[in-house]
Design a protein around this ligand. Structure first.
Ligand code: PEP
Ligand code: MN
Length: 338
């Protein structure tokens, strides 16, 4: 449920509403716009709706939000959320270009890739140190040593870094090194992990699970938001289908679909969605045209030696050729890479 306050509601009136919400055992979520304040009330819906909040001074309207996701919904906040990662803004007209190798392999390899992608215009560096692999015999990542390499390379090239966290117990460690958490497709419904990330104030890139609906994705975002962390960026990365020539089926309609329902930024990952480097440039262009707030692309300087996802990694020169096309499309969409 949301409580809409009158345009002239005073700070003590607003505080009184917040205090009353807490007193009743619910959680308040304040959203202060230029002209008015709205307060989300999170708790058992039937109990929340039974309370006469409209009787409190300064309250204009009390609106039930029918959608199961509340804080993520446009009803709660009609203005596009901008998530800040280091100096980079994502959403509200600002585009992210997250690029880097699948796994962090060594300082020299990551350094070489970072230098190339930064020069081409990428604004966030990715690389994973804890790899969720289908097989326990595949490379599992370098762990903390990898996180240190990522931090050092990010600092050297003045790029914020994003990396995956797979387990609630890893959150403090990953938080020490990363500017943004990534929750991978396989962990989108790891609710304990979502709650733990929600307790931090670090931005999170939340990837859609391969069999999740758009509503499931927004419900997972709601877990993070309801714990108090507002900085969620969603990511469409393809869903399972009958098609065998691509790794997954890129659901491009998820972008405008999410935008209609939620104020959260959404980016597209054509690398994991297609699994094929020939399909990444056209799908990256389509993502910007569909209204995405950014793109996530795997790049490797020597894909044949990559320890994971080599076949879908773009070579740095191909990435560099793609960027000017994306910039032109961004301009058409009235956006820019931040
Ligand atoms: C990744 O981005 O490294 C990754 C494993 O992607 P996903 O979780 O989307 O499969
Ligand atoms: Mn990968």
């Amino acid at each position: 449920m949301i409580i809409v306050l009158k345009p002239g509601a005073t700070p003590p009136e607003i505080q009184h509403v917040v205090d009353r919400i807490v007193e009743l055992g619910f959680k308040p979520h304040l959203s202060q716009g230029e002209h008015r304040t709205i307060i989300g009330v999170i708790g058992d819906e039937s109990r929340v709706l039974a309370e006469p909040f409209q009787a409190i001074a300064g309250v204009e309207q009390v609106l039930p939000i029918m959608k199961p996701f509340k804080l993520a919904s446009r009803e709660f906040n009609n203005k596009d959320t901008i998530v800040q990662v280091g100096k980079v803004k994502i959403g509200g007209g600002f585009l992210a270009m997250i690029a880097g190798p699948c796994a962090i392999e060594s300082f020299p390899i990551l350094d070489e890739i970072a230098e190339a992608i930064k020069a081409a215009g990428a604004n966030i560096l990715r690389g994973v140190a804890f790899k969720p692999r289908t097989s326990p015999y595949s490379f599992q990542g370098l762990g903390e040593e990898g996180l240190q390499i990522l931090r050092d390379v990010g600092n050297k090239h003045d790029m914020p870094v994003v990396t995956e966290v797979m387990d609630p117990r890893q959150v403090p460690l990953v938080e020490k090194y990363a500017d943004m958490f990534q929750i991978g497709a396989r962990n989108m419904q790891n609710f304990d992990l979502l709650k733990e990330i929600g307790q931090t104030r670090k931005p999170v890139l939340l990837k859609r699970a391969m069999s999740a609906t758009v509503k499931d994705l927004l419900m997972s975002a709601e877990y993070v938001l309801s714990e108090g962390n507002p900085a969620v960026v969603l990511c469409e990365r393809g869903v399972r289908s009958f098609e065998e020539s691509t790794r997954n089926m890129l659901d491009m309609s998820a972008v405008p679909n999410v935008k209609g329902m939620s104020h959260l930024p959404i980016i597209v990952d054509p690398s994991h969605a297609t699994g094929r480097r020939d399909l990444i440039p056209p799908m990256a262009c389509a993502s910007i045209a569909a209204g995405a707030d950014g793109v996530h692309i795997e790049v490797h300087s020597c894909p044949e030696k990559a320890l994971s996802d080599g076949p879908q990694a773009l070579l740095p020169p191909v990435f560099a050729e793609l960027m000017p096309r994306l910039r032109k499309l961004a301009e058409v969409m009235g956006k820019s890479f931040s």
